[in-house]
Design a protein around this ligand. Structure first.
Ligand code: GDD
Ligand code: MN
Length: 380
């Protein structure tokens, strides 16, 4: 038997029935030792369901993508989406979901820590039509956080509290990266997603114009058996940036806020160094001011590289070149700052306002030029 869909080639029925009902999106970074196991466990627990798995790999140096393709050659249910020059768990999940055309999609970690046997229940709930999204939760009856140490458990609870700033629904485990949804609820939210950092679920819930109908299913967070966690101390920073973006991102870009915060730290540092050199060591003022400026500029560059432009971080030789460019840009910014402030002051503006106007113009210039050149798109 063959089915003719208007204007499309004739499709044999046995192929039609192969179209997946569920796409499982698995973000990966350096998980080459785990991907085979993920496929095997999905195969074992999704019998009778038409599914596919899309690994979204950020060009892992350990060759995860190549390993996935090896498996795909023998198993058409397995696909690989390899991103070059990009990093980020949230954006990987978004792009994976967008690469699917199944009615239902799930997002699951690629290291075996999420309990794949829960997927079947998630799919059943979605099929019933009583929820738009089903979240795997470690904080409802039957769920658990496994062998986490006290400080990570505390961190996770704190982050969960903070999420209430942007999510109005009652959600016991917004930090979960394990959930399933009807693909069509993604579309109204997808252009509003911040795609910053690790917390795609918070992002999705906060970006959906209509509140999503939600159900939770318990699962026990397992221990990692191979590979390493990528969650580092800076993930908390990313999370704060995500919350800030959801709160004020429509008014001012969060990157600019981060840049301004780093600049403020730089000013404090400048005064600290100046005090030591000029007051404590009694060096001449000009030399002290030079020393303080150099320390503040290097520190600003380092912090912006590690935080503000974390996703485009410069390393090695590029770090040195970046610093030189940053100093040049900020030097011009300082000239603009003083120029504007002096002009306004000469036009009888209040000195504080004149200084502030100079600072704002200088900061915007520094930010725009740094974003465009110092941390602009790099050619490989
Ligand atoms: N493509 C891509 N890009 N994948 C990434 C990246 C990235 O930059 N960073 C991490 N991943 C992948 C990992 O390879 C893994 O499959 C998954 O995302 C989760 O990363 P882990 O490094 O294992 O995170 P975790 O175990 O500490 O964090 C987990 O717990 C959180 C709950 O507290 C994850 O499940 C999160 O999704 C979850 O929110
Ligand atoms: Mn993990």
């Amino acid at each position: 038997m063959q089915t003719q869909i208007l204007g499309t080639p004739t499709i044999p029925d046995e192929m039609l029935s192969q179209a997946p009902e569920l796409s499982v999106i698995v973000p990966t970074f350096n998980e080459s030792e785990n991907v085979r196991r993920v496929v095997a466990s999905l195969d074992a627990c999704l019998k009778g369901i038409s599914w596919e798995v899309i690994f979204v790999d950020d060009d892992s140096p350990d060759g995860t993508a190549a390993r996935v393709r090896e498996i795909s050659r023998h198993d058409p249910r397995v696909r690989c989406l390899q991103r070059i020059g990009r990093r980020g768990l949230s954006s990987a999940c978004t792009e994976g979901m967008l690469a699917s055309s199944a009615p239902y999609v799930a997002v699951m970690d690629g290291d075996g820590q999420h309990d794949e046997t829960v997927l079947r229940r998630m799919l059943e709930i979605l099929r019933e039509g009583t929820a738009d999204i089903v979240v795997g939760s470690r904080y409802v009856d039957g769920g658990g956080i496994g062998e986490w140490n006290a400080s990570r458990a505390k961190m996770s609870r704190f982050a969960t509290h903070l999420s209430r700033l942007v999510i109005k629904q009652d959600l016991s485990d917004p930090m979960s990266g394990f959930f399933a949804l009807r693909l069509d609820v993604l579309n109204p939210a997808v252009r509003k997603l911040s795609n910053i950092g690790f917390k795609i679920l918070v992002d999705l819930m906060a970006s959906s114009p209509q509140p999503l109908r939600l159900k939770e299913v318990p699962y026990e967070f397992r221990n990692r058996t191979a590979g390493e966690s990528k969650l580092d101390s800076q993930a908390m920073w990313d999370y704060l940036m995500l919350l800030l973006d959801k709160l004020v991102g429509h008014i001012v870009p969060v990157r600019f806020l981060a840049f301004a915060l780093v600049g403020t730290i730089g000013v404090l540092l400048h005064f600290a160094v100046l005090t030591v050199l000029f007051r404590a060591l009694a060096l001449p003022f000009t030399i002290s001011q030079c020393g303080a400026s150099i320390v503040a500029m290097v520190s600003n560059f380092g912090l912006n590289n590690a935080l503000t432009f974390r996703d485009r971080r410069l390393k090695g030789w590029r770090w040195i070149k970046g610093l030189a460019l940053f100093v040049l840009v900020c030097g011009i910014g300082a000239v603009a700052n003083v120029g504007i402030a002096s002009y306004l002051f000469s036009r009888n503006s209040m000195w504080v306002l004149a200084a502030l106007a100079g600072i704002v113009v200088g900061a915007v210039w520094n930010y725009a030029m740094s974003a465009m050149y110092t941390w602009g798109r790099q050619k490989k």
